[in-house]
Design a protein around this ligand. Structure first.
Ligand SMILES: *Cc1c(COP(=O)(O)O)cnc(C)c1O
Length: 392
């Protein structure tokens, strides 16, 4: 037997184990000091009551022969697909419930969707970005090219006609920079993809954090996306589902490549390798889209975005310019005085007891930058803000 040698090409994730190691050492050396984690990439607020009530009711359904559910529909239950289509419709975007596939989270499908594409395709990735796109492309043996997000382009790299790409991952709002593409910018990406016969994989996991009414939440808000884009989203960051697991992937029937329908291919692939998100979780997910559920989402988002505003205010007072944090739960800033990401990480930790995330963990274009997350508790964020203004 030969192993998949591409899987051996993955770099060990030194960064996150190195962060954990340094935080452990800090706590051991300073048992009396509180560690303020602005490095957290997971939500902290609990599920809303309407969601857990739906979960309990669905669990009850399962204990009666009349309402018991075995294997579900291949694409996910219609009640949830219709609820998601209704969520898009509220913003004026028409999505056919039949084009939606329910998943157990975005990360899985961000990798799995590449089952549809030849391994001889070139993948184009923004840099810095969520590391999953790179790792999954490497594991499947695909060539990867990068376009850099920089201070100059506002961390929103645009298409370059001199780069030939077949598969393009876009993450908007971006993790880690918090940057969000405008409609005009996405229109350029769509034009590039349609012209070059490329597919866009659009990760909208943070769309619920967008506050500027001009910014697009979905790539399908822009004409032309229906012939080049797949959208992947999840309830993880929107409704606290990181430990519950539910997401969706939209594969429009209008996507035709090489004379094949990506929708049909994805349906076939899903039916082959996946037996669906559990009925109980799909009921819980549908409750997120109820009036009460969406009100709870707004409350959670407001809470985290207030955290982001507190962090940004403290940064401003310290004279450190930051980006992000206005339409995304991440604040992104350049390490002051030419410090490297790691020097800044150590200074924040040793002097202020604050944990941040070095930007280079998201690609080499993140070197010299740091990410703060606003997913902590208000108390943590306030304590961090009270000392951050001394960071120089
Ligand atoms: C957290 C996150 C996701 C969500 O992943 P799940 O598997 O749904 O929990 C997707 N994309 C990005 C960029 C993320 O940061």
């Amino acid at each position: 037997m030969k192993v998949n040698h591409h899987a051996l090409e993955l770099e060990q994730n030194y960064l996150f184990s190195e962060i954990a190691k340094r935080l452990r050492a800090f706590q051991k050396e300073n048992p009396e000091r509180e560690l303020l984690k602005l490095s957290i990439g997971d939500v902290t607020r609990p599920l809303s009551r309407v969601v857990t009530d739906a979960m309990k009711a669905a669990a009850e359904d399962m204990s009666h022969a009349e309402t018991f559910h075995g294997y579900g529909a291949e694409q996910g239950e219609l009640f949830l697909r219709e609820a998601i289509a209704g969520y898009y419709a509220k913003r004026g975007t028409t999505i056919d419930a039949d084009d939606i596939f329910i998943s157990d989270g975005a990360k899985n499908d961000l990798g799995n969707i590449c089952d549809l594409f030849d391994s001889d395709n070139t993948v184009l990735l923004p840099n810095p970005v969520y590391p999953v796109y790179f790792d999954t492309s490497i594991m499947s043996g695909r060539k990867v090219v990068f376009i850099s997000g920089t201070k100059e382009n506002g961390f929103l790299p645009m298409p370059d006609e001199t780069i030939a790409a077949d598969i393009i991952y876009l993450c908007s709002p971006n993790n880690p920079t918090g940057a969000v593409y405008s409609k005009a910018q996405l229109a350029e990406w769509i034009a590039y993809a349609n012209k070059n016969n490329a597919v866009i994989l659009f990760d909208s996991a943070y769309e619920a954090y967008i506050r500027d009414p001009e910014l697009p939440h979905s790539i399908y808000e822009i004409p032309g996306a229906e012939t080049c884009a797949i959208e992947i989203n999840s309830l993880s960051k929107t409704a606290g589902f990181t430990g519950v697991r539910c997401g969706w992937t939209i594969v429009p029937k209008t996507l035709q490549f090489d004379g094949a329908s990506l929708h049909q291919m994805w349906f076939r692939r899903t039916a082959t390798k996946y037996n669906g998100c559990s009925y109980i979780i799909q009921r819980a997910a549908a409750a997120v889209f109820s009036e009460e559920g969406l009100a709870a989402v707004r409350e959670d988002v407001n809470y985290y975005m207030e955290n982001a505003a507190i962090i940004k205010k403290a940064m401003n007072e310290a004279g450190i310019m930051s980006t992000g944090g206005e339409n995304a739960p991440y604040v992104w800033f350049e390490a002051p005085k030419g410090m490297s990401s790691w020097e800044c990480f150590d200074k924040l930790l040793q002097e202020f007891g604050i944990a941040g995330t070095p930007g280079e963990g998201f690609g080499n274009a993140g070197k010299g930058w740091m990410r703060f997350s606003s997913f902590g508790t208000r108390e943590t964020v306030q304590k961090a803000a009270a000392v951050l203004n001394q960071l120089k």
